[in-house]
Design a protein around this ligand. Sequence first.
Ligand code: SF4
Length: 269
Amino acid sequence: MRLSQGQLNLLERCPRQFQYTYLDGFGSPTSLEQQERLSSGSRFHLLMQQRELGLPIDALVKEDAQLQGWMNAFAGAATEILSPVDGEFRESEHCRTLQVEDHLLTVIYDLFIARSDTCQILDWKTYPKPQDRRKLAQNWQTLLYLYVLAEQGEYLPEQISMTYWFVQSDDKPQSLTFTYSNIQHQQIEKKLNSLLVQLTNWLKLYEIGEQFPQVVEGSKTCNYCQFISRCEGRSTKGSDRHLEPDLVEPEYSTNKLLNLATIQEVTIQ
Ligand code: SF4
């Protein structure tokens, strides 16, 4: 199964929600506000990609004051990111995959910068910097993006970092950087393998008619779920199997699913 960080976040947050979304194909309605946010985010990503490719961006920003403002603010705050250095390899929308058992893990880096002794993953967010750094550190976007790169072995974990840039119209862009280590790599591997083993088992059960587990009754995760009416009053086979609360995390949900295929931008709740 092809898996993105967004899918891992959803699987960890509530396996039943993952099932409804990716196996049953139940769509989730998007509000006008969400659509506008996604559209703004997509435009900024496209702008950054075009800029990196050396293509003209005037037409993109000409009639979009918000985009122009974001670009100007970002260019002022992150000059070192936008200025290539001799000998480095840079690529926007850099895609990598890693096979783990029957699953194909897919990551797409907004900007990838590789030098002889360091490697940077950069990600653009068009919303304010989150207050709680720990939630972002535990988000599968951070974990998976770092893990896949280190696992492919071109760089040692200690040579890799990931930086989120939060670009917004009312404030100066801000960044959060996560460094990496061999110990973190081992911890993520354990956590990832455990989640994938669970997924494999749930998929086997699903094939014979059982549903994926729900979060514990009364969990606040349900308060944010668009499938609550589908879950209420259900007594189908397997629906009484609940996860322990420690698996019901995080409140933060990512933006970027498989864009090229199914990717969306992440939103902080
Ligand atoms: S309502 Fe609750 S249990 Fe049902 S899918 Fe949503 S989060 Fe999971």
